[in-house]
Design a protein around this ligand. Sequence first.
Ligand code: SAM
Length: 207
Amino acid sequence: MRRLKWAKEYIEKSEDVIMNPNEYKGKWSSFLNRERIHVEIGSGKGDYWIGMAALYPESGWIGVEKNESACALSLRKVEETRENVKFIYGDASVIDEWFADGEIDVIHLNFSDPWPKRRTSKRRLSNERFIKKYLDILKEDGEIRMKTDNRKLFEYSIIEFQNNGFELIEIDLDFRSEQHDEDVITEYESKFMELGPIYRAIWKRRA
Ligand SMILES: C[S@@+](CC[C@H](N)C(=O)[O-])C[C@H]1O[C@@H](n2cnc3c(N)ncnc32)[C@H](O)[C@@H]1O
């Protein structure tokens, strides 16, 4: 996306961004004053995570995004600092440095970059390198919820999660063919749902 000149300064001044997430490791629940913690990785311009936080105020919601401009745009959407909403500007490859074992209830992966070439597959957020970290930081009954328009990424993810400690508990090959008021439409989703099916899956940690 286009680089925004004002982004860096905006992020630095925001009260909703956590610049030192390592310091909150093991303390997110008390910091957000919520028992249940949801994390969206690759939250883009923030529509999902901010919308879901408004829909489910009883949970804590944390957005993670590594792109500076997307991060600033999403912070601009948080109109007032809500107690249950925080944001981490950083690369999720070190997510286990920010969250303690068993600290998160749900990880959301929405329209993750597909990285279609084999040599870049390790960057996929559903690559085993990431999944092993998710296994650690999720609670025992923790979940991964994924939406994508990319069939190949979806198939790849089904196999990766299956092979790395997760059990598929829900799958929908055309999620938006029915109304789902309980789930916010992301920026990418609003573009792609007109063009073809949205795939959606939920996995639980295998007991
Ligand atoms: C295709 S966009 C989707 C944005 C949003 N979830 C949506 O559905 O509209 C994918 C986003 O994931 C972010 N991303 C990719 N890998 C990441 C990582 N390792 N850590 C944090 N963000 C990441 C990218 O910067 C990008 O903004």
